[in-house]
Write a protein that binds this ligand. Structure first.
Ligand SMILES: Cc1cc2nc3c(=O)[nH]c(=O)nc-3n(C[C@H](O)[C@H](O)[C@H](O)COP(=O)(O)O)c2cc1C
Ligand code: SF4
Ligand code: SF4
Length: 295
């Protein structure tokens, strides 16, 4: 059962671990070694649950969290760092998929991994929508194509282009001008005549990340969630790619919002495609960051 900040003095062993771990120094040890929550600092509690995650006797409780519902025991072993680096160095964006649905239990594991991602302020604000059937993705594609045709027309016309340049962040405008619009010029006519689906790449599954547009840190959280999703998919033997073409279309086209049941107040931040890979890559690619400074 969830309760307010609480210490069970009958079971507390006064080890002081909760005092040491709390990021905001909300707990303290009195002279008699009894542990207390500092009343004047309770408002600083971010419900991170660290005090509960470390307590050997389950004696400390933070509001809204319960040992039964919110915690699980961790295996007490070292993390396999080599395995982790093997995973991240061999992951690639996958854009060729087998025509095979991904079972719900496997998708649930991806969702479980996403739910383990860090967030700016607990609890999670990000919602995920899993489009599990290729048929539903295919119903949405003509609306996405229409959205990008309209966008192409606006940006190619000097007056809308002027206003878009003023209104959009330079990052977004440059992505549109330098990448999306030139790509659309070739790929839209191709896709309309039965060519390659360059938006969702024929994937059997599409996952959308969205959140109340007023929710704290939801933009950053969405992309961290998406990254966890990509890595989890790969660890489960699937291929996945982040897709930035889908969110702007779903965000702005009411039929798409309705189709994917996105609540009106939510902003669609990210999307990823998932499916079984046609081929495995034989080599990784070395990449360098734009710049690394050591200070
Ligand atoms: C934020 C973001 C958006 C992306 N959007 C797309 C997309 O719309 N379509 C696509 O095919 N790939 C997309 N990608 C995949 C990148 O093109 C890919 O990560 C990059 O080429 C590096 O390749 P790698 O992931 O195989 O290392 C996106 C990646 C990120 C991080
Ligand atoms: S939940 Fe986190 S912030 Fe709140 S008391 Fe426990 S350790 Fe401190
Ligand atoms: S971690 Fe648990 S046992 Fe240790 S002092 Fe805090 S409440 Fe008591």
């Amino acid at each position: 059962m969830a309760m307010n900040h609480h210490i069970n003095r009958e079971t507390c062993e006064q080890c002081g671990l909760c005092v040491e771990i709390c990021p905001n120094h909300i707990l303290e040890s009195k002279e008699n070694k009894d542990i207390y929550f500092r009343e004047e600092r309770l408002s600083l509690c971010i419900r991170c649950g660290h005090c509960m995650a470390i307590c050997p006797t389950r004696s400390v409780v933070a509001p809204g969290l319960s040992y039964e519902k919110d915690f699980f025991d961790l295996p007490q072993k070292d993390i396999d760092s080599e395995g982790f680096f093997d995973l991240i160095s061999s992951r690639r964006s996958v854009r060729r998929f087998r025509k095979k649905p991904v079972p719900r239990e496997v998708l649930e594991k991806i969702v479980a991994a996403v739910s383990l991602a860090p967030m700016g302020f607990p609890p999670h604000k990000v919602e995920v929508t899993i489009v599990q059937r290729r048929e539903d993705i295919e119903k949405a594609l003509p609306l996405m194509v229409k959205f990008y045709e309209d966008l192409q027309n606006w940006i190619n016309h000097p007056i809308p282009r002027f206003f878009m340049k003023r209104k959009l962040k330079p990052e977004v405008f440059n992505t549109l001008k330098n990448h999306i619009v030139p790509m659309m010029k070739i790929k839209l006519p191709d896709m309309k005549t039965g060519g390659d689906d360059f938006i969702t790449r024929g994937a059997p599954v599409l996952i959308l990340f969205h959140a109340d547009r007023a929710a704290e840190s939801h933009s950053e959280d969405s992309f961290i969630d998406l990254t966890y999703g990509l890595l989890a998919a790969y660890a489960l033997g699937l291929g996945a790619t982040a897709i930035s073409l889908v969110p702007p279309a779903v965000e702005r086209v009411p039929e798409l919002r309705k189709m994917f049941r996105i609540p009106d107040e939510n902003e669609v931040m990210g999307s990823m495609i998932v499916g079984y890979m046609v081929r495995r890559f034989k080599r990784g690619i070395r990449r360098e960051l734009a710049h690394v400074s050591w200070i």
